[in-house]
Ligand binder design. Structure first.
Ligand code: PGA
Length: 266
């Protein structure tokens, strides 16, 4: 049964506004489930781009519940994660590899060799090659059927942080090693036990491979996201707010919001 939502359109972008964060998360999980079923029926497998952070935890909880209810299998699913701190070991509880294991991978029937994350242990001289390889693996898997995204308070997508680049340069950004923005570091402080403890660099899927996904699902909940959501949807495209670059792929993007995150749109 569809989850009740207000449907809004801004410049060709589909925006669904749900009564609360739980409903938005459940709707995102159902969209991922239907994408998996359609892609597996069509091509024998589904390729998902996954995100971490607080917002998608509800999505993963719903996907796990669907799996336990026998309504969703990950047997024919391949996953690629958006980002990872650098450097960090896979067993570090703060690594996104650990996060994915805790919230999804250990609870479903996804084959371990189908789950790809950027590797926070790659020696720095091999990082560029590792990142280019990650983009090639996605392409070799037929591209992403769906990229799940969150938005930072500074408008970042993945760890593509605000910058002074031109729009054309920002749209072409590949997967790479980046420095985290001060807002990102302060938002990560809670998980790291203080802003000075936050690992200051990360590997991130680039803007270009994110925008190449066949569909993009942006999930944002809570009043602290209202400003970046309103600017990403209502303002000009600018590298200063990377989520605004999603306007260039408007027809393939769905925004799922709760009422507080949508407050700046109306
Ligand atoms: P959050 O992060 O889900 O923890 O708010 C979103 C993001 O920074 O992309």
């Amino acid at each position: 049964m569809p989850i009740p939502a207000r449907s809004v359109e801004r410049a060709g972008v589909s925006i669904l506004v749900f009564g609360d964060a739980g409903s938005a998360g459940r709707a995102a999980a159902l969209r991922i489930q239907s994408t998996i079923h359609a892609a597996v029926a069509e091509r024998g497998r589904a390729v998902l781009g996954l995100a971490t952070g607080a917002t998608p935890q509800k999505v993963y909880a719903h996907l796990v519940a669907l799996h336990h209810d026998g309504e969703l299998s990950f047997r024919d699913v391949v996953t690629y994660n958006l980002d990872e701190f650098y450097p960090i070991g896979p067993l570090d509880p703060k690594s996104y590899r650990s996060y994915m294991h805790r919230h999804l991978f250990s609870h479903v029937d996804l084959a371990p060799n189908h789950a790809h994350l950027l590797d926070g242990t790659v020696p720095e001289r091999f990082v560029a090659e590792h990142c280019a390889g990650f983009d090639r693996w996605i392409a070799a898997d037929g591209g992403l059927d769906l990229q799940l995204l969150g938005i930072g308070r500074n408008g970042h997508i993945g760890f593509n942080e605000p910058s002074a680049l031109s729009v054309a340069e920002a749209l072409a950004l590949p997967t790479r090693l980046v420095e985290l923005h001060p807002v990102t570091r302060s938002d990560a402080a809670r998980d790291f036990g203080g802003v000075d403890q936050v690992i200051p660099r990360a590997l991130t899927l680039g803007v270009a491979p994110i925008l190449a996904a066949r569909s993009i699902l942006m999930l944002a909940t809570g009043p602290h996201k209202a400003d970046s959501v309103a600017r990403a949807l209502g303002g000009p495209m600018t590298a200063g707010l990377p989520a605004s670059l999603l306007q260039s792929a408007a027809a393939r993007v769905t925004w799922m919001l709760d009422e507080p995150a949508a407050a700046g749109l109306f």
